[in-house]
Design a protein around this ligand. Structure first.
Ligand code: SF4
Length: 327
């Protein structure tokens, strides 16, 4: 059965104006997010993955801006929405869970007030009592007792706060949840529990989940597809099993080789990627990975490759998989 597209990102770029020049944080990214899928977006710190997540909700603050592109969400280009439409869009259609929920939850507001307010802002005709009932059902669904509704955020554990944030994201039946390092500050047991719940929620609500993380193991466990970013570029995207089994892009190969696994032999050295990510005010010409790439060819520093489909649904941004132009 053909997968249905929820979001079509086309040529999306985000730039920041700084005193030392223009930072090209997200550079002409194009790909789709399907309905009901879990897509893991990975890459080193500073590669632009969080910026990309914020851009999807048009939450880039000055001096940053979305400098090009379209975001087609369920057949509508949200880049054309005015501020009021965007406020309604955030929450009702798509929402974001951040690493530290304390930055999103109001410390002097009880949990029930957060949930009721979310409902009533988007559905002003909903009375308080039905909104409260929905809030109770939602947090119970997320494994939190209803007695916790009268707690303040600081009275909950980190894992509970993340589940509350997830509940706020889901209470209006959003179609897309963007989880930006949402499990990073949790211990491994709480992280595994939250990951299980996110998977169940996907099944139950049919929501799409964009999981932005540096935790490759978590992506391997949860995601249907993986997208890899390097220095503001999408460099590989494909089915999770295909990419883990046989990564194509040299950066993806290095990234996966640098993750320890349960069968890791302690005598064996983990792969260490040479060099450092580039300065995005002056990114390398051509392929931005060329100064670190063990397979770099002359063309790599001269011209940027395209993101090309090498097999159905599997796209790679590398000259190793495309014909070089005759000049
Ligand atoms: Fe390496 Fe060239 Fe491919 Fe870039 S385009 S990843 S430098 S082989």
């Amino acid at each position: 059965m053909a997968k249905e597209k929820l979001v079509q990102i086309r040529d999306l770029s985000v730039t920041y104006q700084t005193r030392i020049g223009t930072v090209s944080a997200v550079d002409h990214m194009s790909f789709d997010i399907y309905k009901g899928e879990i897509l893991g977006l990975v890459g080193e710190s500073g590669c632009g993955k969080s910026t990309f997540g914020k851009a999807l909700l048009r939450m880039i603050d000055p001096p940053g801006e979305i400098s090009s592109g379209e975001i087609i969400f369920d057949n509508e280009n949200i880049m054309e929405y005015d501020d009021k439409q965007m406020r309604d869009f955030r929450g009702r259609r798509a929402s974001m869970i951040f690493q530290d929920p304390m930055t999103s939850l109001n410390p002097v507001q009880r949990i029930d007030e957060h949930l009721i307010e979310t409902i009533q802002v988007h559905e002003p005709h909903t009375e308080r009592e039905p909104a409260l009932q929905r809030s109770k059902q939602m947090i119970e669904r997320l494994g939190i007792g209803e007695d916790r509704l009268i707690s303040y955020p600081h009275q909950l554990s980190g894992g509970m706060r993340q589940r509350v944030m997830t509940g706020i994201g889901l209470i209006l039946n959003a179609d897309l949840i963007i989880a930006d390092e949402a499990t990073t500050s949790l211990d491994v047991i709480v992280e595994a529990k939250l990951a299980d719940q996110l998977r169940e929620i996907r099944e139950e609500f049919g929501v799409s989940l964009l999981m932005i993380t540096h935790n490759i193991a978590l992506v391997a466990e949860m995601a249907d597809r993986i997208a890899v970013m390097y220095a503001g570029h999408l460099i590989e995207i494909g089915d999770i099993y295909d990419v883990f089994e046989n990564p194509k892009h040299p950066y993806t190969q290095g990234l996966l080789a640098s993750v320890p696994n349960i069968r890791f032999d302690t005598e064996e050295q983990l792969y260490k990627m040479p060099g450092e990510p580039p300065n995005l005010t002056h990114p390398p010409t051509g392929c931005r990975f060329h100064p670190r790439c063990p397979h770099a060819m002359p063309i790599c520093s001269q011209r940027e490759p395209s993101l090309l489909e090498i097999e159905e649904g599997w796209m790679v941004h590398c000259w190793l998989y495309q014909e070089q132009p005759n000049e």
